[in-house]
Ligand binder design. Structure first.
Ligand SMILES: Cc1cc2nc3c(=O)[nH]c(=O)nc-3n(C[C@H](O)[C@H](O)[C@H](O)COP(=O)(O)OP(=O)(O)OC[C@H]3O[C@@H](n4cnc5c(N)ncnc54)[C@H](O)[C@@H]3O)c2cc1C
Length: 597
């Protein structure tokens, strides 16, 4: 089995020159290769670093022979790797915090937007694209992981990957781990500043629930730690999105204990078998069972090998912090419908379970976690929802029909509960705690390049999202920041940025949005740290996004959240895009996913 972080593994593909975007940054003409800003930036950086630094070697202007490969190395969504995708004028690749400090000062001076990229896994590419003239601050060189086993903690730099974090912990201890995402190439900078969850969240909460200190560079170019930044800003950068507040240099994380032996399993059913019963019961058991057990459920439209008919496959994947005997006994009692047997289970060390969850072959060396796998990406789109009440069996059966009808997108249910229920919703900006049974991810990946394919699959996933309205959280319909989704709203330049920010901000942060706005207004009143979904400043503050833009590529993608409707709806509830926006195919003709069974 090849390693892949995707729900539906696809061959890695890189495609250029395929998707036409109509927006060209207005402050940089199509023929301008960014030479002038490069010169001004270099001059400023030289003035703000010591002469022996040779800072010019850390800059990649568009004229550099290495520009394209540096830019592409951390593009993790092939949709944003085309010749017409907006490109930065210069990529700055700091090797120390002082370079970041100088970059913040100089980006302000040259008047370009600064996008910070760590692992480049932002699902909608916000760390490396923009409609405005922009620079990328690429953190991949800042990747040290300093583990202190005596203190059961580690300082991890923003450019380190989760795989590197896990590997370094494992090198020093076989009974410590860290609760974070399952994909080893995800970067610390975006993952932790956006919350960070993984398969130990029911035992230990999110990554940010285990962050005890941080180093950042603020809007004035100052290097700050927890004490000097203050508790409000420290609160904000643990789930509020780093891109709104500062550049994260590093986090200090608290390690957590893991047993020497853990157990994993994957059990699959089709809905013609007892898949519906299993899926229904999963909702009752997975969020309530022992905190040592995390069960993820995948719901995928597939073509059955046996019947050649389209159907839905229900798969349950689990990590249990204990041995197989006790797991089989636990689920025999709580979840007999799944019929888990010891032969379905694999006992292993925690680090092997990290590899298993990342789809590596059994027996793969942990060294594989150090592979950054550059220059590889699928075309993909993700969306998210939260579910607070179990979906009935009738509801599930209706969803199976919709999955088959829509075509390719699948659903991933991630159980909450346990430690997540105990942490107050206001402890960190991430608000989705008690009351949520599970988080749902909508997932579609494809390998056909081109605008038509993109339009088709985006349409499919948006239709599915619309169909799910009756089953998910309302007022607001919540979403997970780390599953970036520009469909739920974007900030446009101008005086309405606060109101626009509230639309997506209340979905990502619920009641914590107001506190984030206050922190933002206090620490970055000019809105220097901004992106299409950043935290806005207060409307009576000085800032709004300063406009250099003719149009936004994101406005074309916005789908209005439909008004909640009764289940089952009598008509498709998918709302087509605005008339002035690019058209989408009519609802109802999704292509079937030919499963790689
Ligand atoms: C294949 C895949 C698997 C995933 N699995 C999980 C998972 O299991 N759990 C989970 O919670 N999430 C998961 N995610 C989502 C992931 O956590 C987020 O996309 C996260 O933001 C990625 O961090 P990054 O540094 O790789 O991304 P980037 O694209 O570099 O950054 C994402 C955002 O954070 C900002 N940012 C990045 N670095 C810094 C910094 N140093 N300072 C300030 N702001 C910064 C960027 O500007 C951008 O807004 C997954 C994503 C992918 C593509």
């Amino acid at each position: 089995m090849a390693h892949s972080c995707s729900l539906l593994p696809l061959p890695f593909i890189l495609v250029l020159a395929l998707i036409p975007f109509s927006c060209i940054p207005s402050a940089q003409s199509a023929t301008d290769d960014g030479s002038s800003v490069h010169e001004s930036l270099l001059q400023c950086l030289q003035n703000n670093t010591t002469p022996q630094e040779q800072i010019s070697k850390l800059l990649y202007p568009q004229t550099s022979a290495s520009y394209a490969s540096v830019l592409r190395a951390y593009i993790r969504n092939a949709r944003f790797n085309t010749s017409s995708t907006p490109k930065p004028a210069v990529i700055i690749t700091p090797t120390k915090a002082s370079h970041v400090q100088a970059t913040v000062i100089c980006a302000k001076k040259v008047g370009y937007q600064l996008k910070t990229r760590s692992g480049g896994h932002d699902y909608d590419g916000l760390s490396y694209i923009s409609d405005q003239p922009f620079l990328i601050l690429d953190m991949f060189n800042l990747k040290s992981v300093q583990v202190d086993i005596k203190d059961e903690s580690a300082w991890v730099e923003a450019g380190a990957t989760l795989g590197e974090v896990y590997y370094n912990i494992w090198q020093r201890s076989k009974v410590h781990g860290f609760p974070a995402g399952v994909c080893p190439t995800v970067g610390v900078g975006g993952h932790l500043s956006g919350g960070g969850y993984g398969n130990m969240l029911r035992k230990y909460g999110l990554s940010v629930d285990n962050v005890v200190d941080a180093q950042i560079v603020d809007v004035n170019g100052k290097l700050l730690d927890r004490k000097s930044m203050g508790e409000d800003l420290f609160w904000a950068i643990r789930g509020g999105g780093g891109g709104s507040f500062a550049v994260i240099i590093s986090y200090k994380i608290k390690l957590v204990p893991v047993p020497e032996t853990v157990t994993v399993f994957r059990v699959e059913r089709f809905v013609e078998e007892d898949g519906t019963d299993v899926a229904y019961k999963w909702q009752l058991v997975a969020p309530k069972t022992s905190n040592d057990l995390f069960m993820r459920m995948l719901l995928q439209p597939v073509t059955s090998k046996a019947t050649k008919k389209k159907t839905v496959r229900v798969s349950v994947l689990a990590l249990y912090l204990g041995n197989a005997d006790s797991l089989v006994a636990l689920l025999g009692k709580e979840f007999p419908e799944m019929g888990l047997k010891k032969e379905n289970c694999m006992e292993m060390s925690w680090i092997q379970s990290v590899l298993w969850w990342a789809n590596f072959d059994n027996g793969t060396s942990p060294d594989a976690l150090l592979d950054r796998n550059p220059d590889s990406a699928d075309f993909l789109k993700r969306k998210s929802d939260y579910v607070q009440n179990p979906i009935s069996k009738d509801g599930l059966q209706w969803i199976w029909q919709k999955l088959i009808e829509v075509g390719k997108p699948g659903l991933v249910f991630n159980a909450y509960g346990g430690r997540m229920d105990e942490i107050p919703a206001s402890d960190t900006p991430f608000p989705h705690r008690a009351g949520n049974l599970y988080k749902m991810q909508y997932s579609v990946s494809w390998d056909e390049p081109g605008a038509e394919a993109e339009k088709n699959y985006l349409n499919q996933i948006r239709r599915l999202y619309s169909y799910m309205t009756p089953f998910v959280s309302k007022n607001p319909r919540s979403a997970f920041l780390n599953y970036r989704d520009v469909d739920i709203g974007v900030m446009e330049p101008g005086k309405d940025s606060y109101e626009q920010g509230r639309v997506y901000g209340s979905k990502y942060f619920n009641a914590n949005f107001d506190r984030l706005v206050k922190v933002k207004t206090a620490v970055d009143p000019e809105n220097f740290f901004r992106n299409e979904q950043s935290i806005p400043t207060l409307p009576n503050g000085k800032a709004g996004m300063t406009s250099h833009t003719r149009c936004s590529r994101y406005t074309r993608a916005i789908v209005k959240t439909p008004v909640p409707h009764p289940f089952p709806p009598t008509n498709p509830v998918y709302e087509p895009l605005q008339p002035h926006e690019e058209g989408v195919p009519p609802a109802g003709d999704g292509k079937a996913y030919e499963a790689k069974l």
